[in-house]
Design a protein around this ligand. Structure first.
Ligand code: ADP
Ligand code: MG
Length: 602
């Protein structure tokens, strides 16, 4: 190649648009967000979102907003075409959602778009078709006032991007998240969301509290405390959960600034600080906090898809949020007797602790232990003798007894060639110590039971023979729209482990039976699974998480009750194909082989 050859060239506008689209349109939910925001900016009071295959094949947004003129309906798709700012100065006085004029151009560059729009006063509307950023058609048509946009075959012209889309379940969840974020901040707008013909949301005009209940469930909506503070920096209003309605998993935690959902870890810390010592460490509060700020007090000139906003004076807002939360909690009856001092500083009392029932902790280790006595129990739980069990391990057991024990294991698939022989005892109520053919085995009984329960449940799913127990008094499972989506996808899985459901309204079910091993709060154990944020995690299937959670719920943490139980655990454990680790991968037993012992003590 000659040295003077020029190699730099300008990219075509189609390519530039596709590259830029990468920033704005990452996945179907980004399209939903941009189109809904445009509809809101157009003053719509009703927005219908219709999707197919989680947005992969179709995203349609219909609004009753102000519509566009025929000329604007074409111009809207040009890069940097916007009606929202004229110069950089305007950036600091923005009250609308979009402003860069990038969204429609970006969406059109990576899909097939059809737009129909009409202004109220116009007789005819305009229809525009754009494929991969190229204008294919514009015509005048009869259509309803407002704007309808159809986005088909997202990323049809960029196979790499298409390949990076997650499974439908995940993409739909992202869309639901976006939809909910918008729904929570515009309760006055009627909103619907339909996927593959089934209605997920149908929200009428509501107030904030009602909207929170419609989106996050009645239980969350009913128990909210109000926050309302006016300062020079911002007007802060909204709702927080009472200390008794905090949740363990995936709490609804939302901040909004001037009508837009944002994430703000620093302010979230302030809210948590407000709850300090009022809720258990593993519980999380729910909150819906809305900031109204002068546009010039926040930096909105950030990436369009980012949800972070920088406030001018975050340090000063922090303590304001803390005390707003404390004040709301103090005014609720859940905190009787809380007083403010003159400077409005709030003293939060430590949650009352009853010390009267506390006793000196018991000495661990058996002080009576005599290694030469066959009757001394090595367990510190001396009050709970493991009768019968010790007899085998007092050193006088006969060879044939041992043989009999190993016979019983003959049919099992032994992994790591560990062959437990039933000679042992229970140490500290928790560990089963027994001999194996190679040495000494120490088994964590809880972990072993977890493995056993998990295997039993997964066998149940494989065999199709579920063991359920009928509930004498059926309980009602009420789900939010999002939870219901996950539930419908996995209903048969629930049924395969023994759950029984009857339809009971749009997103409610009557729970008629439960897995036979399950104890405790059945309804919450289902809800916990459905609202788990990791539900999007593709690496771990819902089945895996359900089995894990059920196994945990059906395994007691209590001490091994005696020889019979210990023996049963050992024999069940070694029937497993993977007896050495729990389903989460934690070791279950530990073997001191004879070489190790010899090495140590000859
Ligand atoms: P931005 O929203 O940043 O201005 P967009 O590419 O999203 O950029 O939209 C470009 C322009 O098209 C908007 O400024 C607006 O004038 C017009 N527009 C887009 N969607 C709608 C709608 N649903 N109703 C009325 N006008 C719209
Ligand atoms: Mg926009």
């Amino acid at each position: 190649m000659p040295d003077n050859q020029n190699i730099i060239h300008t990219l075509s506008s189609a390519t530039i648009n596709q590259i830029a689209a990468g920033e704005v349109v990452q996945r179907p939910s980004s399209v939903v967000k941009e189109l809904m925001e445009n509809a809101i900016d157009a003053g719509a009071t009703r927005i219908d979102v219709i999707i197919q295959d989680a947005g992969r094949t179709l995203i349609q947004v219909i609004d009753n907003g102000k519509g566009m003129s025929p000329d604007d309906s074409v111009k809207a798709f040009e890069r940097h075409a916007t009606s929202k700012i004229s110069d950089a100065e305007d950036l600091f006085a923005l009250t609308t959602m979009g402003f860069r004029g990038e969204a429609l151009a970006s969406i059109a560059a990576v899909s097939r778009v059809e737009l129909k729009t009409r202004r109220q006063a116009d007789e005819l509307g305009s229809r525009v078709e754009i494929n991969g950023g190229e204008l294919a058609l514009q015509e005048m048509i009869n259509c309803q006032a407002g704007t309808q946009i159809l986005v088909k075959d997202l990323f049809y012209n960029i196979p790499v991007r298409r390949k990076f889309l997650k499974k439908n379940e995940t993409e739909l969840r992202n869309i639901l998240n976006i939809f909910e974020q918008i729904a929570l901040v515009y309760p006055g707008i009627c909103l619907t969301l339909t996927n593959n013909g089934s209605t997920i949301f149908n929200l009428g005009k509501e107030n904030y509290r009602q909207r929170i209940a419609s989106v996050c469930g009645d239980k969350t909506g009913k128990e909210l405390l109000t926050i309302d503070v006016d300062t020079v920096l911002a007007h802060i209003s909204g709702f927080i959960s009472t200390p008794d309605t905090t949740v363990k998993k995936s709490p609804s935690q939302y901040f909004f600034v001037n009508g837009r959902y944002i994430q703000h870890p620093y302010f979230a810390k302030a809210v948590l600080l407000g709850y300090e010592r009022l809720i258990p460490a593993d519980c999380k509060p729910q909150f819906f906090i809305y900031f109204d700020v002068e546009p010039d007090k926040i930096d909105v000139n950030i990436h369009p898809t980012k949800t972070e906003v920088k406030f001018e004076d975050e340090q000063s807002l922090f303590p304001i949020i803390v005390s707003a939360v404390k004040e709301a909690l103090a005014s609720s009856c859940s905190m009787p007797g809380l007083m403010f001092d003159q400077e409005d500083r709030i003293e939060i009392p430590v949650a009352p602790v009853d010390f009267s029932g506390l006793k000196t902790p018991p000495v661990t280790g058996n002080t009576n232990y005599n290694p030469f006595s066959s009757h001394s129990s090595a367990s510190s739980h001396a009050a709970k003798p493991v009768t019968g069990w010790e007899r085998l391990y007092d050193g006088t057991s006969k060879e044939e007894e041992i043989l009999k024990s190993s016979d019983r294991l003959a049919g099992y698939e032994i992994v790591d060639s560990v062959k437990p022989l039933f000679r042992g005892f229970v140490y500290n109520g928790k560990y089963i110590v027994c001999s194996s053919d190679k040495g000494v085995l120490l088994v964590n009984s809880y972990r072993a039971s977890l493995r056993i329960a998990y295997d039993r449940l997964s066998k149940m799913i494989e065999s199709g023979h579920s063991e359920g127990q009928m509930l004498l008094f059926p309980e009602i499972l009420e789900l939010t729209a999002t939870e219901n989506v996950t539930f419908r996808e996995n209903k048969s899985l629930f049924e395969s482990v023994g759950y029984g459901f009857e339809e009971f309204g749009h997103t409610a079910y009557k729970l008629t039976s439960i897995p036979s091993s399950l104890a405790g709060d059945y309804i919450n154990s289902i809800k916990e699974l459905l609202s788990d944020p990791d539900v999007c995690n593709v690496r771990e299937s819902f089945r895996e998480r359900m089995l894990m959670s059920l196994a945990k719920k059906s395994t007691r943490q209590s001490d091994v009750s005696g020889s019979e139980e210990a023996e049963k655990i050992i024999s069940e454990l070694f029937k497993s194909r993977t007896p050495s680790v729990t389903p989460q991968g934690l070791p279950i037993f530990f073997e001191l082989d004879s070489d190790f012992i010899k090495n140590k003590i000859g």
